[in-house]
Design a protein around this ligand. Structure first.
Ligand code: NAI
Length: 392
């Protein structure tokens, strides 16, 4: 069929298999160009199909020949409809890894469940013995607690007061004011339950107890801090409370198991998760313009390559005062942040294109779903039923 983008708000409900393959291939080339010895060898990536998790998997496999096992929750093609982007990304990744002689298998299911944890452990035991790196890169709006069976929903709200700021309707290219009411205590607690560190701890507990974590292994979960303008809705909001809990979990994991657990604070990039956050896409559009003009712009793959090569395996962690890895360092440079602050009051629907890189943001967003990729002919019929080789 001929697949075109069908955008609904901040999601695109179609994905292009050939475009996703081309995007994965581009990331593979970046990882290969930065090849370095001494990296991870057997890697489990939880949330491996898009965004930071996918790039982590690519950086490990093609940057240091690692065997990778990826866990994700994606939609295969059904009744002739396109699969989700993460499905096509994973199909493309596995095929490329196998062509290069690398071990790559995937599990498609709910990472929060006990069943998927058990399935993962069985696969590690059968194929890899142990893993030396576990990347935790889930972004989900809901989680069913495996113990109680109760489903919790996360929300993106301020805590303690109402927040008003400019936001961007990325579909309509309109800048307007948004007012978000403070979260209730319950909403804040539920967000911690979904996006906090509990599930990461459950993963590490299950893996350690099964004996599949190599001695001295590393595990990393991703976090974000960002600029003060977004703090009320991010860092000091419900999601920030969850990220604090991830930091708590890192210390608990390091203390309990024979591995080093880190939180890596990453740069703002366009992903399915970040496009859903109020205010953040507007900030990202401005940030991209400034970082591109300074030559310091990075996407997920450049970030994860730098995280692996320089920090995790380059002997230069550069932890901050809270013990976190800061690969958001270039984003947070005072000069960059001052430039964003200068533009912020001037931004409107009329000035959006001139003062920000909204054009780049939109292209980046379409790229997530395999669209707007150079060299891909979108008028040609494509097969949408593409298998992920290790998933029958
Ligand atoms: P994303 O939406 O691109 O990826 C989420 C991944 O989680 C996908 O692989 C998806 O299949 C998987 N997933 C979601 N629910 C699942 C479930 N129940 N079971 C199994 N897999 C599931 O998100 P993104 O942006 O890459 O986020 C990953 C992490 O990076 C998050 O912790 C996020 O807070 C963090 N981060 C993101 C930044 C950004 O600007 N996008 C910046 C800094 C940190």
């Amino acid at each position: 069929m001929i697949v075109k983008p069908r955008i609904r708000g901040f999601v695109c409900i179609t994905a292009h298999p050939v475009g996703c393959t081309a995007k994965v291939q581009r990331e593979i080339e970046v990882a290969k160009a930065a090849r370095q010895s001494g990296g991870p060898k057997k890697v489990l990536v939880i949330g491996a199909s898009t965004g930071y998790g996918l790039s982590s998997r690519i950086a490990a496999a093609f940057g240091s020949d690692a065997a990778t096992l990826g866990v994700f929750y994606e939609r295969p093609s059904l009744k002739g409809k396109p699969a989700s982007a993460g499905w096509y990304n994973s199909a493309a990744f596995e095929s490329a890894a196998h062509t290069s002689g690398l071990y790559a298998k995937s599990i498609n299911g709910d990472a929060f469940s006990t069943e998927v944890k058990e399935q993962t452990i069985d696969m590690i035991k059968a194929d890899l013995g142990q893993v030396d790196l576990v990347i935790y890169s889930l972004a989900s709006p809901r989680r069913t607690d495996p113990a109680s069976g109760e489903t919790y929903r996360s929300c993106l709200k301020p805590i303690g007061g109402t927040y008003t700021n400019r936001t961007l309707d990325t579909d309509k290219a309109q800048v307007s004011d948004i007012t978000i009411d403070a979260a209730t205590k319950q909403e804040a607690e539920d967000t911690v339950k979904v996006m906090g560190g509990e599930d990461w701890e459950l993963w590490m507990q299950a893996l350690a107890q099964a004996g599949v974590v190599a001695q001295g292994a590393k595990t990393v979960a991703y976090s974000y801090i960002g600029p003060e303008i977004t703090w009320p809705v991010y860092t000091n909001g419900t999601i920030g409370a969850a990220k604090k809990d991830v930091e708590r979990a890192a210390a608990a994991i390091t203390a309990q198991y024979d591995c080093d657990a880190y939180v890596s604070v990453n740069k703002a990039v366009v992903t399915q998760a970040s496009s859903a956050i109020p205010v953040v896409p507007l900030y990202i559009s401005i940030l991209f313009k400034i970082m591109k003009s300074k030559g310091t712009h990075e996407d997920c793959i450049e970030q994860t390559v730098r995280l692996f090569n320089q920090r995790l395996y380059g002997g230069d962690l550069q932890l901050d005062e809270s013990g976190r890895i800061r690969i958001d360092d270039w984003e947070m440079e005072p000069e960059i942040q001052a430039a964003v602050q200068e533009i912020w009051p001037e931004i409107s629907s009329e000035t959006l294109i001139e003062l920000s890189d909204f054009t780049g943001y939109q292209k980046n967003f379409l790229n997530l779903f395999g669209f707007a990729i150079e060299g891909v002919d979108y008028d040609v019929e494509v097969e949408v039923d593409v298998p992920v080789p290790s998933i029958s």
